[in-house]
Write a protein that binds this ligand. Structure first.
Ligand code: PRP
Length: 212
């Protein structure tokens, strides 16, 4: 590997970062020395991989366009992005689900609202698809975080958001109504790089596969 051009590997900053680096380390890949650095591209110890520390929502974009060869992101972010990449491996962390939730005092009716329900979400595409497939003409309101505020502040009837332990829902008087997507971390690869750098990339995939 050391004679080749370094692979560029986009990692999601935040929740998935530590577990991504742990997994890659266990797989025997050379990881960056100082992940707390403000530098955005970090070379691995042996120089074989450049790690790009990216905002999670940008990882599929970098990988689709080939700005990075490989990436790790959540399946939620990947599906919402609609980006076209290879997905050779699901990874054993980042487990949660994307669900429809609503106020606990009206749990059985929301998917049958006669009028246009308002849905607060960070996932407008997945939310719109879910309701459209059920013949519900939803008004999707995009928020960038703390989506649970939607019903609490009467901005929205329902939310579509990630649920992990369920404690954020409970703390805000909401209940889960329907799961839209089971989520976990996923390894993604640029489609051209998958062919052109196949030796490096297949080697990487096999090493990761061996420890999951
Ligand atoms: C996520 C998600 C929920 C919460 C779910 O939010 O959007 O709000 O975690 O976790 P729980 O089921 O274990 O309570 P995050 O903390 O990423 O912040 P955000 O809402 O600002 O996006």
């Amino acid at each position: 590997m050391s004679n080749s051009v370094p692979l560029l590997f986009a990692l999601s900053k935040g929740r998935l970062a530590d577990e991504s680096l742990n997994l890659l380390q266990r797989a025997g890949l050379s990881v960056p020395v100082d992940t707390n650095s403000r530098k955005l591209v970090l070379p691995s110890n042996d120089g074989s991989i450049g790690f790009v520390m990216a905002k999670p929502w940008d990882v599929p974009t970098f990988v689709e366009y080939g700005a990075a060869d490989v990436g790790i992101c959540g399946l939620d972010v990947l599906r919402e992005s609609g980006r076209r990449v290879h997905e050779p491996l699901r990874l054993p962390f980042g487990h949660c689900r994307l669900s429809v939730a609503g106020p606990k005092d009206r749990p059985d009716t929301p998917l049958r609202y006669a009028s246009q329900p308002r849905i607060a979400t960070k996932y407008p595409r997945l939310a719109q698809d879910f309701f459209r497939q059920r013949g519900v003409n939803a008004e999707v309101i995009e928020l960038s975080g703390s989506v649970e505020l939607g019903p609490v502040l009467d901005l929205a009837d329902l939310i579509v958001d990630l649920v992990e332990t369920g404690s954020t829902l409970r703390a805000n008087g909401l209940v889960e109504i329907r799961t839209i997507l089971e989520v976990q971390a996923v390894l993604i690869v640029n489609r051209a790089a998958y062919q052109l750098k196949s030796e490096q990339i297949q080697g990487l995939i096999e090493k990761v596969r061996a420890v999951i």
